[in-house]
Design a protein around this ligand. Structure first.
Ligand code: ZN
Length: 239
């Protein structure tokens, strides 16, 4: 029997060859039609990559990764972060391709583009309050420093109330993300010792922002007092 006769006979009886390759599930079976056996045998990787509609290098990289997507962030030594991205362990080839370029929970929470690269420990111990303060300090007099100063002062003390809009409207995308992390951090941790200390520093660094906040607070207080006096008068007149 020739090979052609063999393949012909297999096709006639609808026999397929099951190729089991290693995968996130242990092994995954792919049915190879008999007519394609010569092409498969000539280059198994190219055949299977084509079957999944990916390139051979993507298919091989998925295997080499141990089916896990690593974080796209870096450590302070400039090395790639070795953490898995969230939901990125033991994933299928399709999911693996989708998640590439994502970040681990630390880099997602504390920022992927901090300007400098940090180890996970450094990232975890550096709060967004401190990050915002560093920006204010290094960019004194700029609009973005004023906006972040308004934000920190608003959280620091209710007598320094600036609207969120005012605090973020002239920020670039990275600083806006930082502002959101500051707000989230405040929602989760509230007034920390660090925020209290930084508030005083911001007052010193941006005295006019502080004065503006105080002036608005005084005006509101005066108005509230005028209302209270008016209500008391009205009350007395009714009696
Ligand atoms: Zn990471």
């Amino acid at each position: 029997m020739t090979i052609d006769q063999l393949l012909g006979g297999m096709e006639e009886h609808h026999l397929t060859v099951l190729y089991a390759h290693r995968s996130e599930a242990g092994t995954t079976g792919v049915a190879i039609p008999c007519a394609q056996l010569p092409a498969f045998l000539a280059d198994p990787v190219a055949w299977i990559a084509n079957h999944y509609q990916v390139s051979s290098s993507q298919y091989l990289a998925w295997h080499e990764s141990g089916y896990t997507v690593r974080c796209a962030g870096s450590t302070s030594r400039g090395k790639p972060c070795r953490n898995a991205v969230e939901g990125g362990s033991a994933v299928s080839l399709a999911r693996w391709l989708e998640l590439r370029g994502a970040y681990c929970h630390l880099h997602s929470m504390y920022g992927r583009g901090l300007g400098e690269v940090m180890t996970n420990t450094e990232v975890a111990f550096r709060s967004p309050y401190m990050e915002a303060w560093h920006w204010i300090e290094q960019h004194r007099g700029t609009d973005s420093a004023h906006s972040l100063a308004k934000l920190l002062l608003s959280l620091w003390n209710s007598s320094n109330a600036f609207s969120l809009r005012e605090c973020i409207e002239n920020l670039d995308e990275q600083r806006r993300q930082l502002a959101l992390r500051v707000v989230t951090h405040f929602a989760q941790h509230g007034e920390t010792r660090e925020l209290i200390d930084l508030g005083y520093k911001v007052c010193e660094a941006c005295p006019r922002v502080y004065q503006l906040g105080q002036r608005a607070w005084d005006a509101k207080r005066e108005l509230r007092e005028a209302w209270r006096a008016a209500d008391e008068r009205a009350e007395r007149e009714r009696e």
